[in-house]
Design a binder for this molecule. Structure first.
Ligand code: ZN
Length: 244
């Protein structure tokens, strides 16, 4: 079984298609696990939802998905994110709203637990330090946790009686499973924030018991044009080229 693990797609259709093209280049994948924030920021929420639903999809909800359906108040966002959330809400059909509304906050799939932020605060927490990782591990009942939200590629390793350690991942980073409990972040498909504008994701190979982080280039200029044409804030287009 080969699974594309991705997060924070943020209505970026070209980025999603680039990821799927690469993941499926060698062989068909058996499904997509999405860690939330399917929509928000980008100009193609409906198209992005449709593309994801073409394959067997297992997904949890993120804060931007909840804002787009009015389940959380966009006023809790910064002004740019709030404007994008309100714009996104206007684009969605009843069916797309129902799809987003049915996404659970956490989900167990075999040895994995899927959540957007952390198990302590599923939609909101940026899990970026040992304290947050240890609190998450205390709630994680499976060997592996899959998280997104920070748009950064890394893994954290649980250590008995000591703080969890963090490890940055990048294009081609390969990690063998089976040695201990982990938290894995595939980075962001739709809006990378580590200075590298290429989209990030992870490919899980069950038979090889590995996860591999990847980065993929896509047509940023065309995506920026769509954001500007939609009347979304300029900054949402500009940041894609900076990877910020
Ligand atoms: Zn996000």
């Amino acid at each position: 079984m080969r699974i594309a693990i991705l997060s924070d797609v943020h209505s970026n259709l070209a980025a999603l298609q680039a990821v799927l093209r690469q993941a499926e280049a060698a062989a068909a994948i058996d499904g997509v696990w999405c860690l939330g924030d399917i929509v928000g920021y980008g100009a193609e929420p409906a198209e992005t939802i449709a593309e994801l639903r073409l394959r067997p999809l297992t997904a949890v909800s993120g804060n931007h998905d909840l804002a787009a359906i009015g389940a959380i108040d966009a006023e809790e966002f910064n002004p740019v994110a709030a404007e994008a959330a309100l714009w996104t809400a206007e684009q969605l059909s009843d069916d797309e709203r129902a799809f987003l509304g049915a996404l659970p906050p956490t989900l167990g799939v075999g040895s994995f637990t899927l959540v957007h932020g952390s198990l302590r605060a599923p939609a909101w927490e940026y899990l970026l330090d040992a304290e947050a990782a240890d609190a998450h591990f205390a709630l994680q009942t499976t060997p592996y946790g899959l998280i997104g939200h920070s748009h950064l590629q890394f893994w954290a390793e649980e250590r008995e009686g000591r703080d969890a350690t963090f490890h940055r991942a990048g294009d081609g980073t390969r990690l063998g499973l089976g040695k201990g409990r982990l938290i894995i972040n595939p980075g962001s498909v739709g809006q990378p924030r580590d200075g590298d504008p290429r989209v990030g994701y992870v490919l899980y190979d069950e038979a090889a018991a590995t996860v591999i982080w990847h980065r993929v280039a896509y047509d940023i200029a065309a995506t920026q044009k769509k954001i500007l044409a939609a009347g979304l804030p300029d900054f949402l287009a500009e940041r894609l080229a900076m990877g910020r």
